[in-house]
Design a protein around this ligand. Sequence first.
Ligand code: FES
Length: 286
Amino acid sequence: MATQQAPPRGTVRIEAPDNNRKDNYWVAPTAILVTFAVFVIYSTIRAFMGKYFSTYYDGHSFPWMAANLQGANAIRPHYWSPFYSPYIPGYLPFLKGLKIATWPISAALYVMVFPLAFRASCYYCRKTYYRAVFRDPEACAVKEKFARINYTGEAKLPARVVNFHRYTFYAAVILVLFHWYHLYNAFFYSQGGQTHIGIGLGTVIFLIDTLALTAYTFSCHSWRHLVGGVVNRYSRAKGRFKVWSGVSKLNEYHGQFFWFSLVTVLIADLYVFLVSSGRITDIRFF
Ligand code: FES
């Protein structure tokens, strides 16, 4: 009689039957997989496009800008796609003399690596792609699809690399600041050489997106550890305890913030693309 091999150390083997679940447990991982696929395809296309990321000039000449944004009396809302923010060739003019600014590649590729690293290493996101993409396993009480992977936590390479998440948090904070800067700008538009205050549909979209990204970033587990970790006695650090309690409340909704901010950032970029390419006209409220 064949003897059964013990599972590798640190792993748990679920014995037959392969699947103890009778409910539609596969719906959530499948929906997540489809959403991820849509986002990855869309953001890759937009990142390589290299144009239609702004509806105003801001000191730069964009030849691709829609004709209806270029006339003397045209209303040019001050929208800037979050996928292209910060716009490194524009914010750091001295880079123009360096090779980075003369590469024939999209400006989004300079910066998208940071939000990508932040999200891909997010504790919540790891759970979703371990389940939805690697099926390792898809849900509780379901056998792993690819048992040979022998998941051992994040103690070994390559999974260990996601533990750099705490460092990507700092980059995310900078991106959040840029979101707020672009939101501030979105309350203005140019017309006839003058700048005016006003609100358009893009302003509302930017407001929702900025709040969503801020909530997602500051509900991060790394931030929670930064404000409340390594404290022996909270009775001697009452201020930190208060902040930590607030962040802990936000942290309960971290998964929801993850999805919501993923969708809002896509909508914000899509709206800028549609307006700047002339496919739609910005809806102005005043
Ligand atoms: Fe999700 Fe940090 S844990 S962003």
